[in-house]
Design a protein around this ligand. Structure first.
Ligand code: SF4
Length: 70
C-alpha cells in the first residue's frame, strides 16, 4: 500500500471527481492509503478534456484539498 499525504492526488478533490462516492475512492481518502498502482481520472478543469489518469501519490499545482466533513 502507498501512504497518501496532503498535496497528493489521493487527497485532492479532483481525483476521481466524477465518481466521488465510489467505495474504493472513499476508502483511500479515509485511510490515507492506496493500493500500489492505483490510478484514477483527474477532473481538474484544465486537464479534464485530456482524460488524464494519475496515480494516487501523484500531484500538481492544481491540488485542491478535499473538504472535510463537518
Ligand atoms: S493531477 Fe493535480 S488536480 Fe489532478 S487530482 Fe492530482 S493534484 Fe489534483
Amino acid at each position: 500500500m502507498l501512504k497518501i499525504t496532503d498535496g497528493q492526488c489521493g487527497k485532492c478533490t479532483h481525483f476521481g471527481e466524477h465518481h466521488a462516492a465510489d467505495n474504493g475512492l472513499v476508502q483511500i481518502r479515509v485511510s490515507g492509503q492506496a493500493p500500489e498502482g492505483y490510478t484514477d481520472e483527474c477532473g481538474h478543469p484544465k486537464l479534464e478534456s485530456l482524460h488524464l489518469r494519475v496515480a494516487a501519490n501523484s500531484g500538481c499545482d492544481g491540488y485542491s484539498p478535499i473538504a472535510k466533513a463537518s
